[in-house]
Ligand binder design. Structure first.
Ligand code: SF4
Length: 697
């Protein structure tokens, strides 16, 4: 419930406390795997800084927080949102959904109820700072934004990992608890693990091969691999050949991108690129897996597309050991299709910059400018900390101060929720029943599990479902013409999240129920991934679109990026994460943040020597939008010309009530990343490859 790995936990409870949290060895999927963050669940539940009663702030911006009862809090929240709708229209209220929503099924459902009442186009989420390119690829190639392929890592013989560090992320859009063991098993059975990344990551250290790549050039590498496959007649679509279209267009699109031409830009020698293409094509099974480094860059859409293309051209799409599709207990793809919701792109655009809508959301990189322009007057955040998570957090923090109303559902007063006027505290972790609605859909096996709540939430705290449906009802009752929405919200509230899950499970491919899941407390293994194409395609012609026009049209932009000499570009910033950290919100656990300073700027020795810098030097990291001061760590684990700062830090802002985190505040990488840098194709934020200057303080 903390990250995407979906580990089963065995929790010992004594006197109302979890005295022991360990991996559940009887869980057929995670088989006892656990990471340090799970143990910190109890730290956060019992954290004295946790918000334990609803509170309001104002009317003045400098007024402190006042505790109120739930009716008073909901009245204040709904009243302020309804006032903004009446005065400025529905789109003047924005909603931001944070990353933890992906791990909280009932919050997802509840947010849907609230959004059904608000009916605003100003919807934002962590998606456009993360995996949006993968979803756009799914929509364009397979006809459904949720039809995302995952590596069948347990049967793969060749694993090419680009811009991903599964040993630390624990797998991302690849729910695979114990990924280290799975990758070790891959190598033990004679398979090969190759990592391409600007940093020699934890995953790279256990790989057969690692290659540094210049940030933002993954699409060039993959295009050169595509060209090699065509040139050397190694393209083999396998059984999906008859269900595929666009092969000829793809071949001509890749023709200009020879391995030799792109080598100077990627930093990867042409012979290595050719060899990787050959090895992947020759492997009995293999997969290219790309994650945040592939998505969070100026060519994220192209790079994510080409990951799937290479898998398809080598016959590895939808075959055992390749890139497959989960058959989850709740089939969101099928449910979405039945409801006519396969995904949307570009139906409307953000008013200020004209960035495209995706799946009913606008890119989060434009949130601040829409507030500044007066297009957004009120904001609801749910389990989100966009000041820490979106590019140019400083600008966003300034914009939040200009809102007429802000309502936050959270467990903390953090960098974002400190701006709220109404703060509604939610239950956390072991205090609520849990069903992984989203992550089971990208698991490397077909699995499912229902986790019971082990503790009552504190008296002043409520479940997300109750808060969101109550808030939806309260807003609807204040809006003229919202009678139907009001009825629907009340019906949802009465129904309860568990019944919705139950109905979805019964309609799913495995015909399960909540009751059955409860009878299997260690989780249910529903078998290995199985081929799902072409039957599960949702394109208009029921074929895989290898060369969607949208992607082909973006190639000239990629080509133009090669005009600049790589040597003239200067230092490029990339992020990183640590195993003991989960984005921005677990730094108030002493056991997770203790020890060596985590928030350091990694720099290659060549670059450090050229600037007269050494490990421990306090340096100023500066970009177009801002600067932070951080300690330097000189290391050859980072590529020359690249520097790396972990994300999620920067807790020293005024009003942040996280005592442990404030003591080890670090600096926020997103005070340096640039909201003007987006992938022009998808609108996804381009954190990776931000040009920066580093100098001694
Ligand atoms: S890997 Fe993820 S799911 Fe597993 S214990 Fe750690 S935080 Fe929890």
């Amino acid at each position: 419930m903390l990250c995407e790995a979906m580990c089963g936990l065995a929790v010992t409870v004594q006197d109302g406390k979890a005295t022991r949290i360990e991996g559940d060895r009887a869980d057929p999927f995670s088989r006892g795997h656990v990471c340090p963050k799970a143990v910190a669940l109890e730290d956060i539940r019992l954290d004295p800084d946790r918000v334990r009663e609803p509170c309001v702030r104002g009317p003045g911006v400098d007024d402190g927080w006042r505790a109120v009862d739930w009716p008073g809090a909901l009245d204040a929240a709904a009243g302020s949102l309804a006032s903004v709708v009446k005065a400025h229209g529905r789109d003047a209220v924005a909603v931001y959904l944070g990353n933890p929503m992906a791990h909280n099924g009932q919050a997802l459902l509840g947010a849907g109820v609230l959004l059904g009442v608000l009916r605003t186009k100003m919807r934002f989420s962590a998606t456009s700072a993360d995996q949006l390119p993968h979803m756009l690829v799914a929509l364009e190639m397979f006809g459904h934004q949720a039809l995302i392929s995952v590596p069948d890592v347990d049967r793969s013989q060749f694993f090419l990992c680009i811009g991903a560090n599964p040993l630390v992320s624990n797998g991302s859009i690849m729910t695979a608890p114990g990924i280290e063991r799975r990758l070790k098993d891959l190598r033990a059975r004679g398979g090969r693990l190759v990592v391409v990344d600007p940093r020699r990551t934890e995953t790279a250290r256990m790989a057969d091969e690692h290659h540094f790549i210049r940030p933002g050039t993954d699409a060039l590498l993959l295009l050169a691999m595509v060209r090699t496959l065509f040139e050397e007649k190694r393209v083999s679509l396998g059984r999906l050949g008859v269900s595929t279209r666009g092969l000829a267009e793809l071949e001509s699109a890749a023709a200009p991108f020879s391995p030799e031409r792109v080598a100077d830009h990627t930093g990867i020698p042409a012979d290595v690129t050719r060899r990787l293409a050959r090895e992947l094509a020759a492997a009995s099974s293999g997969v290219v897996y790309g994650r945040v480094g592939v998505c969070q860059q100026e060519f994220g859409g192209l790079a994510a597309w080409l990951v799937v293309v290479v898998n398809a051209l080598t016959g590895n799409l939808d075959r055992a050991g390749g890139a497959m599709f989960t058959t989850p207990a709740v089939d969101l793809v099928r449910l979405g299709a039945l409801l006519g919701q396969r995904g949307t792109f570009g139906r409307y655009h953000s008013p200020v910059r004209g960035l495209p809508e995706f799946g009913g959301e606008l890119p989060v990189a434009c949130l601040a400018e829409e507030i500044e322009a007066g297009n957004i007057r009120a904001l609801v955040t749910i389990a989100g900390n966009p000041v820490a998570s979106v590019p140019n957090g400083t600008r966003l923090a300034g914009a939040l101060g200009k809102l007429d109303a802000m309502v936050s559902l959270d467990i903390y007063r953090n960098e974002t929720t400190r701006h709220a006027r109404v703060l509604l505290p939610t239950s956390f972790g072991l205090e609520r029943e849990h069903f992984d609605l989203l992550l089971q859909a990208v698991a490397v096996r077909n699995v499912t599990r229902w986790s019971p709540a082990l503790f009552e939430p504190p008296p002043g705290v409520r479940d997300d479902w109750a808060i969101l449906t109550d808030l939806a009802c309260a807003v609807a009752s204040r809006l003229p013409g919202a009678h139907l929405a009001s009825v629907a919200a009340r019906a949802a509230r009465a129904l309860g999240a568990a019944r919705v899950f139950d109905a979805a499970l019964r309609a799913g491919p495995h015909r399960l129920s909540v009751r059955q899941l409860k009878q299997h407390p260690h989780g249910m293994d529903l078998g290995p991934l199985e081929p799902r194409l072409p039957a599960n395609l949702h394109t208009s012609d029921r074929r895989i679109h290898l060369a969607p026009p949208r992607f082909l049209a973006d190639l000239p932009r990629l080509s133009a990026s090669m005009d600049a000499s790589p040597r003239e570009v200067g230092l490029l910033l990339v992020g990183r994460r640590h195993l003991r950290s989960n984005n921005s919100w677990m730094h108030n656990s002493q056991r997770l943040v203790k020890g060596r300073e985590a928030c350091t700027l990694l720099m290659h020795p060549t670059d450090a020597t050229a600037r007269g810098l050494a490990t421990g030097t306090s340096v100023r990291l500066r970009s177009r939008v801002g600067e932070v001061t951080v300690p330097l760590e000189v290391s050859d684990e980072i590529a020359p010309g690249v520097v790396s700062l972990p994300h999620g830090w920067g807790h020293a802002r005024q009003g942040v009530e996280l005592r442990v985190a404030r003591e080890r505040a670090g600096a926020s990488i997103n005070d340096v990343t640039d909201e003007a840098r987006v992938d022009a194709l998808s609108g996804n934020a381009a954190f990776s490859g931000t040009p920066v200057v580093v100098e001694r303080v």
